[in-house]
Design a protein around this ligand. Structure first.
Ligand code: MV4
Length: 448
């Protein structure tokens, strides 16, 4: 096992990694920006190195500073967390060439899966179902028109370098296509310095269901079941759960097998997620592979009983994946508590938390870096806590989430808690009859 690990991240995920390191007796190094001097990841790590001014671009994204911090503290590995440099292939490459183990997949893998058209093509060749569409990049508007004629409208144009909902355009008829193609390509150039786009059939009102996978360096691959992430607003997930209320045993088996096939086809190492779109007829299609540990990983941990961050360290250190059969039991739900005002278009609401009291009890978990007196900085994402509940049934989990949200006290700033409380009381959510369009029609009542 590693002797010393640097955590190239902040917030709750930095704490999550530090805690696992402590269990292994691994020394930890935190890096922090000037805005995070009073953060818990700085306090709980054995050493801490300031890497620059508050903006992410000048600190948590500054590769040379992080590598310098790793070298002066003499670590043998870096955990990137999620966001920031977690899916930056050059960072993974520089780690490797400096003799520091990047706790995640190889740089080549990050590059391959970061090219969404290449990833899709790779999965198609491996026999994983993909959405009908272009074979790779579409070079001209004329070519797009021909492909759309074949697959039928509506279609969606996606940036090869996009992902997570960025750089997409839905086209409902041929007259809109040429314009949409040009704008999409232009936006992709502006946003990702890569104008390449591809085209596929637009799946109406799909569910977003993803499979947690793991690979080791011996070519073994396994999955830990699914997470339903359909409750999202403008591609920001607000509630996640496992298992999915929509997935029955045959579908679970098919999706799990497809995810393992995907993993093995590319020789994937470490934690990954295969994102699928699932239509109302239970057809599922590969969408993207995320090459990192995800925010919502705790729901999978609660139902499978496996510590996924611990497994990341073990696999990175060269251990084999466990041979135990993964059995999911019970039901877990996570709410992402953001410092945002749900009554004002989810506007970020940084500031000082004047009172912070966490819910507790059997089956209640809070992953957070917040505390009374903590200043939520305006520079980073607005996640201030993840509330995860676990119960034997979905109904029980919803009831537990309601009371836990109700008990959660955060004063001084606006949070998404009132919104999530109303989601928990929504009839469609309770029935499990929702898709990715759920929050578009959901009515939040601020004064309720
Ligand atoms: C789609 C789609 C419908 N059809 N692709 C959004 C995130 C990115 N990973 C891909 N996304 C979508 N791709 C086809 N062919 C609908 C979405 C989509 C979506 C997907 C998952 C969760 C929420 C979503 C919200 C809007 C659109």
């Amino acid at each position: 096992m590693f002797k010393k690990v640097l955590i190239a991240n902040r917030g709750e995920i930095a704490l999550r990694v530090i805690r696992v390191c402590k269990q292994f007796g691994i020394k930890t190094v935190a890096v922090y920006s000037q805005a995070d001097r009073d953060s818990l990841h700085v306090r709980f790590a054995d050493e801490a190195v300031c890497i620059g001014p508050p903006p992410g671009k000048e600190s948590y994204l500054k590769i040379p500073r992080i590598i310098a911090a790793a070298e002066v503290t003499n670590v043998d590995a870096i955990h990137p967390g999620y966001g920031f440099l977690a899916e930056n292939a050059s960072f993974a490459e520089i780690c490797a060439s400096t003799g520091i183990k990047f706790i995640g997949p190889s740089a080549e893998m990050i590059t391959a899966m970061g090219d969404k058209a290449f990833a899709k093509d790779t999965m198609k060749k491996a026999g994983v179902p993909v959405i009908p569409g272009s074979d790779g990049v579409v070079k001209s508007a004329g070519e797009a028109v021909d492909i759309a004629k074949e697959i039928g409208y509506p279609v969606i144009i996606k940036a090869v370098a996009g992902g997570g909902g960025r750089g997409m355009r839905i086209v409902r008829e041929e007259s809109e296509l040429e314009n949409a193609f040009k704008t999409a390509s232009h936006e992709a150039e502006q946003g990702f310095a890569n104008p390449a786009v591809y085209i596929e059939k637009f799946v109406e009102q799909p569910r977003h269901i993803e499979i947690q996978v793991f690979g080791d360096r011996f070519g073994n691959a396994m999955h830990f079941g699914e997470r339903d992430c359909s409750v999202q607003r403008r591609h920001q997930k607000l509630v996640e759960e496992s298992p999915s209320p929509f997935v029955d045993e045959p579908l679970r088996k098919r999706m799990g097998e497809a995810a393992i096939k995907a993993c093995k086809a590319v020789g994937y190492e470490n934690a990954g997620t295969i994102e699928f779109l699932v239509d109302k007829n239970k057809n599922f299609y590969f969408m993207e592979m995320n090459t990192r540990i995800q925010v919502e990983h705790p729901v999978t941990e609660q139902v499978t009983g496996h510590d996924l961050v611990k497994l990341q360290l073990q696999v990175a250190a060269g251990e084999r994946l466990p041979r135990t059969k993964i059995v999911a039991r019970g039901h877990a739900i996570e709410c992402r508590i953001n410092a945002e005002d749900p009554a004002n278009n989810f506007r970020p609401n940084p500031g000082t938390i004047t009172d912070f009291h966490m819910p507790g009890g059997f089956g209640v978990r809070v992953d957070t870096h917040s505390y009374t007196g903590y200043h939520v900085p305006p520079y980073y994402d607005s996640l201030i806590a993840k509330l995860i509940v676990f119960a034997q049934t979905r109904e029980g989990a919803i009831a537990k989430m309601k009371s836990a949200l109700d008990e959660f006290t955060i004063e001084g700033i606006k949070t998404t808690i009132p919104f999530q409380l109303q989601v928990m009381q929504d009839e469609r959510f309770a029935s499990g009859n929702f898709d990715t369009s759920f929050l578009e029609t959901f009515q939040f009542v601020p004064e309720a």
